[in-house]
Ligand binder design. Structure first.
Ligand code: ZN
Length: 203
């Protein structure tokens, strides 16, 4: 897939994120690693997703964070860059603010592997990264630390971040995370939730 196709896919993913209720307004951000492995493409700062065109997407240099394009990159540029530098297996990142998973993030409660869909989407329970202000290097560092080798992480008092080897898988993990969070919260009301073991443990 060349750069122009990837730009279109970034826009489609951002629109889907909004349509699925995983964020509101211009919140959240989407990025993809380029085939050259030297740059990544990210949604611009504060522009409505519905009217984005391929030229609005910003190309960021992985090595130094320098960017090219007519727009500024998302404020969470550091967050995405740090994930790509730390996780060679990751090709796409979606950061969103879904209301239900964010309730866990606000409460500082990790999401255990409570349903089968979780064991397919996540390698382990989804941890909560320590709070840091949006757009800071500290948020990027806290997030990568809590993410570890997993495919999703909750960001304290902020939202979520999911990764994948393509944009569809990263976005789908956001959906699974928010829906599983709802199931978990309801199960806490009903009784005591039981948890599944991660697949890596032979489950
Ligand atoms: Zn955010």
């Amino acid at each position: 897939m060349d750069s122009s196709e990837l730009r279109i896919r970034v826009i489609e993913t951002a629109k889907a994120m909004l349509r699925l209720g995983l964020t509101v307004g211009t919140g959240g951000n989407v990025s993809v690693r380029c085939p050259d492995d030297k740059t990544f493409l990210i949604t611009p700062s504060s522009l409505p997703y519905e009217t984005l065109t391929p030229d609005d997407i910003v190309a960021v240099d992985l090595a130094d964070g320098a960017y090219k394009g007519r727009n500024k990159p998302s404020i969470e540029l550091h967050l995405h860059r740090k994930v790509y530098l730390t996780r060679r297996d990751v090709s796409a990142v979606v950061h969103a603010h879904p209301p239900i998973a964010s309730a866990l993030a606000v409460s500082g409660k990790p999401l255990p592997l409570i349903i089968d869909a979780c064991t397919f989407a996540f390698k382990d329970k989804v941890e909560v990264a320590e709070y840091a202000k949006p757009g800071t290097l500290e948020l990027a560092e806290n997030t990568v630390k809590a993410l570890g080798n997993n495919t999703a992480v909750l960001l304290a008092n902020h939202g979520i971040l999911c990764v994948g080897d393509n944009l569809d898988s990263a976005l789908e993990r956001c959906e699974v995370l928010d829906k599983a969070a709802l199931t978990y919260i309801l199960s806490l009301i009903v009784g005591t939730p039981s948890c599944l073991r991660p697949l890596s443990d032979g489950g």
